[in-house]
Design a protein around this ligand. Structure first.
Ligand SMILES: [Zn+2]
Length: 334
């Protein structure tokens, strides 16, 4: 899976795009030179205009990243895209990406991007690509098995066993929907008691709003207004923590408890060598909170005297884009 097999094309510079519900992150990566990031750019994901507007913005952000890198777009050997929703790389389509605005049906994202970029475009699942990147070149590169946990708006999961991604029948890794409390809190998926219902940023925001309606005090929404945002982004949670906001602390501690139970249960089942914690909140809150998650896992681990390594994602916000570039390089060298 790694490069250096002697079959590299002359050009070894690839583009990677991580498409999220909030942000589009693009990077230009030299896969011949230790995965060096030559340029990167991020922008908000358009909330209007549907898939066409989103694809157009993705192409723009990649072009800006190429400008940043001083690389002409026609020098890219390929571009890889990590997307939420149902990704079909054979067809080039992304279907029903619920957390992208107006993206309900199927859209040929490859066709739209190839038209703009004039280079081969490969598609993958966003969480799978971010997990692959941490496995190949990030925090878990010395291990053969990995559980990736992406703590953000939702809680995504990626599984690598015996150096190979495990996708089950196509949808494995939905760690956010591990049940941590039977008949527990309502989850965005419509079920109850999922880990994500306590730990997902979306659920945490809903819980905060309900507590405010019930009369509890918090600076969370003041900071949101100060920052001219319309939702409680990871940065807002971080700022509220820095101001010792009691509600933010309580909701984050609750999230950590849920993550501890859910991730430990997955570890009991799979026994991976490493757990890597990434995602918007994971990256923002950093090592200190990853240590808290590790501590919250311990009481739930069946084999509690030999826990796996629990590590902060090393590639930060660029993990998904790195995964895209790695995918494009794999495709080009296949
Ligand atoms: Zn759920």
């Amino acid at each position: 899976m790694t490069h250096g097999s002697g079959t590299l094309p002359l050009m070894a510079i690839y583009g990677g795009i991580d498409l999220g519900g909030t942000k589009i992150q693009a990077a230009i990566v030299d896969e011949d030179s230790d995965h060096e990031v030559l340029g990167a750019k991020r922008d908000q994901t358009p909330l209007k205009g549907g898939p066409k507007a989103i694809a157009a913005r993705m192409a723009e952000v990649l072009k800006e990243a190429a400008d940043d890198a001083g690389v002409k777009i026609d020098k890219l050997a390929g571009v890889g895209v990590g997307s939420p929703g149902g990704v079909d790389d054979a067809k080039g389509t992304v279907t029903g990406a619920n957390n992208l605005s107006e993206w309900t049906g199927s859209f040929n994202l490859r066709k739209a991007l190839e038209k703009e970029l004039d280079t081969p475009v490969s598609l993958g699942n966003d969480v799978d690509l971010a997990t692959d990147a941490e496995f190949q070149i990030g925090a878990a590169r010395k291990y053969d098995s990995l559980l990736g946990v992406f703590w953000g708006t939702g809680v995504g999961g990626g599984v690598i066993l015996n150096k190979e991604p495990w996708n089950g029948r196509g949808t494995a890794g939905e760690i956010g929907h591990m049940v941590v409390r039977v008949n527990g809190a309502q989850c965005g998926c419509g079920r109850r008691g999922c880990m994500e219902a306590y730990a997902g940023r979306g659920s945490m925001e809903a819980r905060a709003r309900r507590r405010v309606e019930a009369g509890d005090k918090t600076v969370l929404f003041e900071i949101m207004e100060e920052r001219k945002r319309d939702r409680l982004s990871s940065g807002i949670w971080e700022r509220a923590l820095a101001r010792d906001d009691q509600m933010a602390i309580e909701l984050l501690e609750e999230a950590v408890e849920a993550l501890g139970a859910g991730v430990a249960s997955a570890v009991n089942l799979l026994d991976p060598e490493a757990v890597v914690v990434g995602g918007g909140l994971g990256i923002r809150l950093g090592d200190h909170w990853v240590k808290k998650i590790r501590k919250a896992m311990l009481p739930h681990l069946f084999v509690d005297d030999d826990p796996p390594a629990v590590l902060l994602a090393e590639l930060g916000d660029l993990g998904g884009a790195h995964g895209g570039a790695l995918l494009a390089a794999r495709k080009a060298n296949a």
